[in-house]
Design a protein around this ligand. Sequence first.
Ligand SMILES: [Zn+2]
Ligand SMILES: [Zn+2]
Length: 311
Amino acid sequence: MQLHFLGTGAGMPSKERNTSALMVKLLEENGEMWLFDCGEATQHQILHTSLKPRKVTKIFITHLHGDHIFGLPGFLSSRSFQGGDEPLTIYGPAGLQQWVEQTFALSKTHLTYPLQFVEVHEGVIYEDDKFTVRASELRHVVPCFGYRIEQKDLPGELLMDKVQSYGVPKGPLLGQLKKGQDIALDNGTIIQAKDVVAPPKKGFTLAILGDTKYCEQAISLAEQADVVVHEATFDGSTTDLAASYGHATNVEAAKVASKAGAKYLLLNHLSARFLPHDLPIFLAQAQAIFPQTFLTSDQAVFYWNNNNLLF
Ligand SMILES: [Zn+2]
Ligand SMILES: [Zn+2]
């Protein structure tokens, strides 16, 4: 899994930070890419990368503020021009489907691929054999959701030395053991899968939170998560201001990660008021509460590898 940040700024784009978009690359896990939010010019940010829009199979929108959706019509139509014919599903709050469909109707835009909408509600909004995605409403000035992506545990490896010592022949029996099924050899010996398969490997948990003030819902979405992506529009000196605008500070984001028992915290949605020379202090304020905090920047890529986040 890789997290490729395409836009890490707050409401207004700046030269350094575009509006919100985060590509979650799951190429090793399921061959897909999932995009979280699609602020204006997200497709231009993608032009600087090797990311392929047709590989994006799901888009999760946190809320309907322009800095999170104004790039959507452009992204969706370019995906058509670039030969995308794979179906795409968009998850988001009520009203999103209407907005996209009206935009397409008025601009006479036609897509070459099936587009499906899922209106997000509290609870599990997607599940397959590899992932579960849950949504919960945060506390912003409009309905805004956070998403928790849980990878299901991966089946343990077949321990080949053990398999060989039991004399299991190569072929379909190995596959059955790998699936956790016990087998019988020709000589009548029963081999139990648990004796020759390593324990399952724990999947990762990722919490991607939309705009929000400090809230319990953020903590519960981030509970024991490996990586939490939390907004930090304000800093510790402007906590009251942050809450009145429905936003959080770097310090509050760190409190969320700490209370949730998360492993890593990535701060995004940074206001353009913070200039590059402000950022070391901005980061230090959060790290004082949650040491494993990192700042995101446009085009920063974080890699999930053996239960560690590398960049
Ligand atoms: Zn925003
Ligand atoms: Zn917002």
